[in-house]
Design a protein around this ligand. Structure first.
Ligand code: AP5
Ligand code: ZN
Length: 214
């Protein structure tokens, strides 16, 4: 199964990706996690991406398209994948079409901006795995520690309120047009499109997605 997770920063894409990965045995391709790994490793890509990400802006389409094409070509993606954070612009979506990469279902996570701003203040992440927690809504078993490794959780560099608001503005301007883009493809029978109420609690959303895709 090939799935696109579409939604604003903090809408819950990474959280539901954890559930979908386990349930359907397909890898998560999180372009944000890939970029953060590149920053940590100090690669040339990481050095280029850091300032852009810290400012809440988007990394260039050419770089992102190249990165995802290479990732999708790997053997673990042959039975499907979950795209989390890509495509994020019309040119990125066009590149998928041009490369004949078909998608079974696009899931749009709908959450109002004010809910997102509150959520992001409580987010904690495990950098090694990309696992995501929230201090109140989805807490780890031991405060500040990852459930599986016991390693420290951190606050993402781009989760400051001013940066979150900038990311939301860019989402509405550059990424939200993809909702209509994929709705149209769905009308032509080229994919399926499903809108999820992302304000429900984490387990309720997982149950909805399990039933939909099961
Ligand atoms: P990326 O890492 O993709 O960030 P994002 O899209 O902004 O999304 P987030 O990871 O912030 O949110 P999420 O939807 O995964 O929410 P989460 O599950 O964590 O990208 C980062 C940056 O990289 C971009 O700004 C850009 O610079 C660059 N980049 C990446 N891809 C790119 C591309 N294709 N093109 C160009 N540039 C690119 O949940 C958030 C919080 O809420 C957590 O604390 C979680 O526990 C909690 N939560 C989740 N669900 C619920 C719920 N139902 N109820 C209550 N709390 C919940
Ligand atoms: Zn994420």
């Amino acid at each position: 199964m090939r799935i696109i997770l579409l939604g604003a920063p903090g809408a819950g894409k990474g959280t539901q990706a954890q559930f979908l990965m386990k349930t359907f045995g397909i890898p998560q391709i999180s372009t944000g996690d890939m970029l953060r790994a590149a920053i940590k490793a100090g690669t040339e890509l990481g050095q280029q991406a850091k300032a852009v990400m810290d400012a809440g802006k988007l990394v260039s389409d050419d770089i992102m398209i190249g990165l995802v094409k290479e990732r999708i070509a790997q053997p673990d993606c042959q039975n499907g994948f979950l795209l989390d954070g890509f495509p994020r612009t019309i040119p990125q979506a066009d590149a998928m079409q041009e490369n004949g990469i078909e998608i079974d279902v696009v899931l749009e996570f709908d959450v109002p901006d004010d809910v997102i701003v509150k959520r992001m203040a409580g987010r904690r992440v495990h950098p090694g795995s990309g696992r995501v927690y929230h201090v109140d809504h989805n807490p780890p078993q031991v405060a500040g520690k990852d459930d599986e490794t016991g390693e420290d959780l951190v606050i993402r560099d781009d989760d400051k309120e001013a940066t979150v608001r900038k990311r939301l503005a860019i989402y509405h301007e550059q990424t939200e047009p993809l909702v209509n883009y994929y709705r149209k493809l769905a009308e032509q029978g080229k994919t399926k499109f499903h809108k999820v109420d992302g304000t429900q609690d984490v387990d309720a959303i997982s149950t909805e997605l399990g039933a939909l895709l099961g």
